[in-house]
Design a protein around this ligand. Structure first.
Ligand code: FE
Length: 251
């Protein structure tokens, strides 16, 4: 069983970033049978990250640890400067906001009633396409996060997401199959099966991530994610080191 690259060791609390604090996540990963893991904390904690923690954790536990980051993509953010000069293994690009509306935050759900749902989806996927086209990311996170509260577009979602998927394919990035959606109101893996099928037809590689914000969530429902990926036709998963992608057989 290979890697879980979407783990938030700092949860939503932020630094300090220490071996002691991250160690329970590594122990949970090992207990779950993961052979590799990557921490991808939110980029708002970037300044608090200590890159010495990753090799030290690897030394203490023997589990290969990758250094990642989940970047909250916004078109007006100067990401190049923010991300430069650090030894990343991979960067996850995720869209969590349309303008000032942070649609996935608790308490922000009323925004879905304020605007036409197809316009919301189209704008969201336009931003995902922009994220992919930036070329900064090795992985595009939770592709259809906009469904988090169960709001569905009238138009076919594959049509609304087509340009974003094309942009991901062109960028050479992998796409994440994120099992956290199973624990949200929508109760569904990100992305939906039909979007994953389209990604497969575009030869977009995939990773499987739990989006864990606590040790007990590491690798959760991974078997369901893997089964979905397998059913769609994938025979391999993407792994990353030093921002270089390798594929490993889907065990
Ligand atoms: Fe996210």
């Amino acid at each position: 069983m290979p890697a879980d690259y979407h783990i938030h060791g700092l949860a939503h609390e932020g630094p300090p970033h220490t071996v002691e604090r991250l160690l329970p996540y590594v122990e949970a990963a090992r207990a779950a049978g993961l052979t590799e893991m990557g921490f991808a904390d939110h980029d708002r904690y970037l300044d608090g990250l200590d890159f010495n923690v990753f090799p030290e954790l690897e030394r203490v536990t023997g589990v290969p640890i990758r250094a990642g980051l989940e970047v909250d993509f916004r078109p007006d953010k100067d990401l190049g400067r923010e991300l430069a000069g650090r030894p990343w293994d991979y960067l996850i690009g995720s869209v969590h906001a349309i303008g000032a509306w942070e649609f996935d935050r608790p308490g922000q759900e009323s925004g879905f009633a304020a605007w036409d749902i197809d316009e919301i989806y189209a704008t969201y996927f336009y931003l995902v396409a922009r994220a992919a086209a930036s070329g900064l990311f090795q992985i595009i996170g939770h592709l259809d996060l906009i469904k988090i509260y169960g709001h569905r577009p009238r138009k076919p979602v594959v049509e609304l997401a087509e340009e974003a998927l094309q942009a991901i394919a062109r960028s050479g990035a992998a796409m994440e199959v994120n099992t956290a959606g199973l624990f949200k109101p929508v109760g569904e893996i990100y992305p939906s099966r039909e979007l994953l099928e389209r990604a497969f037809s575009l030869n977009i590689p995939v990773t499987i991530g739990s989006d864990a914000h606590a040790p007990a969530e590491v690798g959760r429902e991974r078997a369901r994610g893997r089964e979905l990926v397998r059913q769609v036709g994938y025979t391999s998963l993407a792994t990353f080191a030093g921002r270089q992608m390798t594929t490993v057989p889907l065990a």
